[in-house]
Design a protein around this ligand. Structure first.
Ligand SMILES: [Zn+2]
Length: 192
């Protein structure tokens, strides 16, 4: 059973975060990643049936305009992380994207390009894009709160077994997969 105090504490923190008058509507939880993409003037296809089933998403440039295509078959939460990942390539790696880059899935890895059309995007850029996406969907203020409140005394991240009910609760709050929640918490433990 998930501790009611934990739920209350996180709900309260999200309420405080969302009620900040300086916060843009799209940055409130759950983050409106689609709006953030549209604001960059990027075209977005959330149900792209043309992508090979091993491709999670791609960003490409056509006639001078960027477009993000997302794997139609994926769960909505998975799609949100892919959207954040492709947006990260646009924001962080615009010089390297060229005509485009696609992102494939590899077992036990959140991300790795298998059918890469673009040699300039290396695993370094992929890690950057994953981190960026995770931070976009679970912002630092809230991730730090969760870390400080519930994982402060934990030192070893790799062997950590996080309560599945807790992961599922956070997954629904932020609308990301439990894998992304776990990835974010473990990275914070490693950095602390
Ligand atoms: Zn990528």
């Amino acid at each position: 059973m998930l501790n009611q105090e934990k739920i209350k504490a996180i709900n309260r923190q999200i309420e405080i975060f969302n009620s900040d008058p300086d916060r843009l509507p799209e940055d409130k939880i759950p983050v409106n990643i689609e709006e953030k993409i549209r604001k960059e003037n990027i075209e977005l296809e959330k149900y792209c049936f043309d992508l090979n089933e091993n491709i999670l998403g791609e960003i490409k440039k056509e006639n001078g305009k960027y477009k993000i295509n997302i794997q139609a078959r994926d769960h909505y939460y998975r799609k949100r992380f892919t959207m954040g990942h492709e947006l990260a390539h646009f924001i962080l790696h615009k010089e390297l994207i060229g005509d485009g880059v696609d992102d494939g899935k590899v077992e036990n890895k959140l991300y790795r390009t298998m059918f890469r059309k673009n040699d300039k995007i290396t695993s370094k850029e992929e890690v950057e894009a994953n981190r960026y996406s995770a931070k976009l969907l679970i912002p630092n203020e809230l991730a730090n709160f969760i870390h400080e409140s519930f994982f402060r005394d934990i030192k070893k991240a790799d062997s950590l077994d996080i309560d599945i009910n807790f992961l599922e609760f956070l997954s629904k709050k932020f609308q990301v997969s439990t894998a992304v929640v776990s990835f974010r918490i473990k990275n914070l433990i490693k950095q602390s």
